[in-house]
Design a protein around this ligand. Structure first.
Ligand SMILES: [Zn+2]
Ligand SMILES: [Zn+2]
Length: 304
């Protein structure tokens, strides 16, 4: 029986206090005060006026209205409203914030009735610590909850690697290529469990990457003999859980070997609409959701 430490009243109290402190530290107000927990300082931004599509009353079918289609295309092409100001002057940035915040204080007393003017003046202060969610630059990373466990380990029922959040930046920090991940952490016989209490071989471990409501788990299996002729090549094939069909076994291409592992995981979590193209008979099931993907090298198979 596993008793949660949170059942202990003193511990719960302590943990609650720690969480409240964490929340306080990450509150946006600390950003305005210049306490950024080591994050790079925010660049001054310009906020563009909202697009006319957001305030237009839509009463026609998109297919029937050329003007509406044009407006939608323009809205999509324009992207987010927050623009980083080019080449900010480091000496002017501090003096820039002060007069604006002063003017906000004054304006709340005045209570301007024009909504547009209000948002226009608020822009600098309100938007400074915010990120543009439509800017693709802000989506070049993936956060996953990683853990590793084995029922045969001395650590069981606890995991060998307790769940922790890894922020993987595509082709950057905490990322590696799919090929390197497979070679280093799946197929290398000398790779051992990082837990100092565990002597169970990696082949008996399950590693999990959790993101949102999805989970990709890596299970290793040792075959009795390698695929003849392909001992030194990484092979790749998939199996549909729904219709039990398997795709042809093909060597992993150089492009796939070099692909970002974080991007691979992201596609597994979000690429619901990708379907199998390899066989003549299409099955129509999601290749990232309904398929097991296998990578094999020598006698080892890694299933994702
Ligand atoms: Zn272990
Ligand atoms: Zn299928």
């Amino acid at each position: 029986v596993f008793l949660s430490p949170l059942l202990d009243k003193d511990f719960k109290e302590l943990d609650g206090r720690r969480k409240r402190q964490l929340l306080k530290d990450s509150a946006p107000s600390s950003l305005l005060n210049g306490q950024m927990n080591g994050a790079p300082p925010m660049k001054p931004v310009d906020v563009l006026p909202s697009h006319s599509l957001t305030s237009t009353r839509i009463i026609e079918q998109l297919s029937g209205s050329h003007d509406l289609a044009k407006m939608l295309a323009d809205y999509r092409a324009k992207g987010g409203r927050i623009r980083q100001r080019e080449a900010p002057d480091p000496f002017s940035s501090s003096s820039l914030v002060a007069p604006v915040s002063a003017s906000t204080g004054g304006r709340t007393l005045l209570k301007t009735d024009s909504e547009d003017e209000k948002t226009g003046k608020l822009n600098d202060v309100n938007w400074a610590p915010k990120l543009d969610c439509l800017n693709p630059v802000n989506h070049q990373r993936l956060c996953v909850l990683f853990s590793s466990s084995s029922a045969q380990s001395n650590n069981a029922p606890n995991p060998c690697v307790s769940p922790w959040i890894v922020t993987m930046e595509f082709y950057g920090k905490n990322d590696l290529s799919l090929g390197v991940f497979l070679e280093r952490y799946c197929f290398r016989p000398s790779y051992q469990c990082p837990s100092m209490y565990c002597e169970t071989p990696m082949v008996h471990h399950i590693r999990r990457f959790v993101h949102g409501s999805g989970c990709v788990q890596i299970v290793l299996k040792e075959l009795d003999s390698p695929v003849p002729g392909y001992q030194h090549t990484i092979l790749n094939y998939s199996w549909c859980r729904v219709c039990k069909q398997v795709t042809p076994v093909v060597p992993l291409s150089n492009d796939s070997w070099s692909m970002s592992f974080a991007k691979y995981l992201e596609l597994r979590f979000y690429g619901h609409q990708y379907t199998r193209r390899a066989n003549a008979e299409p099955c129509g099931h999601s290749i990232h959701k309904d398929y097991h993907q296998y990578f094999s090298y020598n006698q080892m198979v890694a299933s994702f």
